[in-house]
Design a protein around this ligand. Structure first.
Ligand SMILES: C[S@@+](CC[C@H](N)C(=O)[O-])C[C@H]1O[C@@H](n2cnc3c(N)ncnc32)[C@H](O)[C@@H]1O
Length: 230
């Protein structure tokens, strides 16, 4: 009997569906701004040029939480396009409200499991930058297999970057930072921008997020990693 490893890994989620309440304003935004949501029913490769109506560098943020980083990036880089992937519906609603308030038109949102969405919907060598900021640390030994940054997904991410494109991770869990470093340095098509074994200085565009602030309050050291696709 053969074992279907893909089916198994699909059930191993990197998130727990939190029941967070959707506010009436978020509910309205989710209905009013459906044009900014990527419909995941049809399943083919995304054509960014068609979706955004122009050719521009594409940045992707996975697990954007409440979307503060994406909204700030989109406002500060109007000549770039942004795709956010998040499973938490209230977070999607919050980002849509920020987009409405700031009149941001260069963001699209996929409410989807990034492990599956990135593999299936994002074309190879199409993304200039991928951000994964403060992914769930799954600190207990027996939970670590649920972490987002595993070798297979890291290789998938590397394939999606254009040459010269950058994968940017940050975490406040030193042991997870070490795992990220080891996994990424093992991928031949990625180069550590800070030199082997080194962490990076946080790029200017990275603003404090809810989860970073929580980590700092707990006294956790924050580490950034920047890897370039070669
Ligand atoms: C610890 S929070 C960090 C949120 C935000 N980046 C921040 O720094 O505040 C991790 C986020 O990743 C999302 N997430 C986890 N696994 C995911 C997946 N496979 N696909 C999409 N989002 C995911 C969670 O819903 C959560 O919002």
């Amino acid at each position: 009997m053969s074992l279907n490893l893909n089916a198994h890994s699909h059930t191993l989620r990197t998130f727990v569906r939190r029941q967070g309440r959707i506010t009436p304003a978020q509910r309205r935004a989710l209905l009013a701004h459906r044009d900014f949501l990527i419909d995941d029913d049809h399943g083919g490769l995304l054509r960014a040029r068609k979706i955004f109506g122009r050719q521009a560098p594409l940045w992707v943020e996975i697990g954007f939480g409440n979307g503060v980083t994406l909204a700030a990036l989109a406002a500060n880089k109007p000549d770039h396009d942004f795709l956010g992937i998040e499973v938490h519906k209230p977070g999607v609603g919050r980002l849509l409200l920020a987009m409405e308030k700031q009149q941001l038109r260069n963001i699209r949102i996929a409410e989807a499991d990034a492990m599956e969405f990135v593999e299936r919907r994002i074309a190879e060598t199409s993304v200039s930058r991928i951000l994964i900021l403060f992914p769930d640390p799954w600190p207990k030994q027996r939970q670590r297999k649920r972490r987002l940054l595993q070798p297979t997904f890291a290789r998938t991410l590397a394939h999606k970057l254009v040459p010269g494109g950058v994968l940017h991770l940050a975490t406040d869990w030193p042991e997870y930072a070490g795992q990220m470093l080891a996994v990424l340095e093992d991928i031949p098509t990625l180069r550590n921008c800070s030199g082997r074994g080194q962490y990076a200085r946080a790029p200017d565009y990275r603003i404090p997020t809810r989860f970073e602030l929580r980590g700092l309050r707990l006294g956790h050291p924050v580490r950034d990693l920047l890897f370039e696709r070669i």
